[in-house]
Write a protein that binds this ligand. Sequence first.
Ligand code: B12
Ligand SMILES: Nc1nc2c(ncn2[C@@H]2O[C@H](COP(=O)(O)OP(=O)(O)O)[C@@H](O)[C@H]2O)c(=O)[nH]1
Ligand SMILES: [Mg+2]
Length: 409
Amino acid sequence: MAASKSVRPPAPLRILTAVPLCDGHDSAVTTINIELARHGIEVIYLGYHQSVSAIARAAIQEDVNVVGLSSYNGGHIVFFREVADQLKRSGNADIPLFGGGGGTITKADERVMRRQGTDRIFYAGTPLKEIMAVIQRDYARPAKFVAKFRGDRALARAITLAEAGVKKPPQTKPRASAAPAGKKKAFVVGVAGPGGAGKSTLIDELTSRFLQRIPGGRIAILANDPSHPGSGGAILGDRVSAIYAQDDRVFFRSLATRGSLTGLSRAAPDAIALLRGSGQFDLILVESVGVGQESDPFRIFGRGPALVDATLFVLAPHYGGLIQLQKIALLNGADLVALNKCDHPMAHTAKAEIQARLNQNGKGQTLHTTTAARHFDAGVDALFGALAGIGGLDDCAGGEKPCHLKISP
Ligand code: B12
Ligand SMILES: Nc1nc2c(ncn2[C@@H]2O[C@H](COP(=O)(O)OP(=O)(O)O)[C@@H](O)[C@H]2O)c(=O)[nH]1
Ligand SMILES: [Mg+2]
């Protein structure tokens, strides 16, 4: 029987989870995250030791249905109140807050916390099934346009509507890619590469260079992560690596693929257009999910209009040998190629092999060698310089410097 076209499956619920400042108890929230994703929920996990402003900023930019904090080390009465207050002060009091914390948060604490803006506390011994049922019952709601939203929340909601496939009112229609007069014209870079190569870590380090070198500039990051094909849920973990995204000059948004097999969410083209059209960003970095040999997430090979202005392909030394390298289509078209994890002993050989592969292309592609896990890495400096040079971001474009390979004896 043909499925009815008019029935749209409800958009997955999006929840931000985090552990407060000075608290490293992340085992509980990790269990909860997995369970939420198993129940079809998209989880944006911020990590442990997170500040009030980092949590509020992430909740706004991710446009979540609810914030869930896991708190064990005490201080919860003040901390939860501050998160609720910060959301309220920024005009986002509609984002509810709940939490859990084993034996630390008492019933008496909860009564005070409820008066101060916390919705509820899940206590020790509450079955996970019950927690999931309550969350689905009380926090799922259809995405709607809200005229009073301002700033990052308005932008975030427009992206949510694009993700949900909701017809947008005229005010939120993505504008053409050219920025309106007097506004910034963003340089959009697609970042692709196998899962685990260090794309997110590298993006974070590039963000730090941007913040240092482009005073007053604003950067957006669109991080695509896979949805679970069975449950439809997802753990959108790219924000955990995003140390430098804790800055109001950074707009960070996670997108789940929701069944799209291109390496990007189906909403990514609209989201990119919305970010470009906002006229407030100098640089937009779009991270694909971990891509395979035939992937072309940014349409650089002519199947439809290209989504980005330039492409960065990131590899780690474990790509599996020369033959594997030959098969990676994006190495033919990427404007910039980075060999990351140059602290690994295999990096030396990998550098020679990838360089030979790029030489065969005959396009003058430069191979950048980076160690994104290390702050102040000279290879990342050089990569940012090259990127800024192509994008005309400033005059800080530098030459490629060799990375400091730590080759084992
Ligand atoms: C495991 C544990 C540790 C592990 C943490 C491992 C990790 N990576 O998380 C280790 C051994 C490392 C550790 C270290 C410490 N710990 Co400790 N730890 C615990 C312990 C025994 C269990 C916590 C836990 O994970 N439980 C498992 C979860 C799944 O069960 P639950 O808590 O019942 O959770 C339920 C609900 O609360 C809810 N929930 C919880 N979070 C969330 C979040 C969301 C979004 C939702 C929806 C629901 C939800 O879900 C569950 C449903 O049943 C507690 C004691 C306790 N009973 O709470 C002490 C405890 C929290 N630790 C304590 C202390 C003091 C410490 C240390 C300071 C010890 C030290 N001196 O070094 C350090 C601090 C570490 C740090 N960096 O913060 C104290 C805190 C006292 C206080 N608040 O005043 C406690 C209470 C022990 C005690 N009685 O003294 N700890
Ligand atoms: N040794 C080493 N590890 C790195 C480097 N860059 C990233 N990593 C680690 O590699 C893992 C995957 O990184 P991530 O940025 O999430 O990869 P992605 O899947 O490509 O986005 C993380 O544990 C990072 O800390 C690096 O230069 N050297
Ligand atoms: Mg990533």
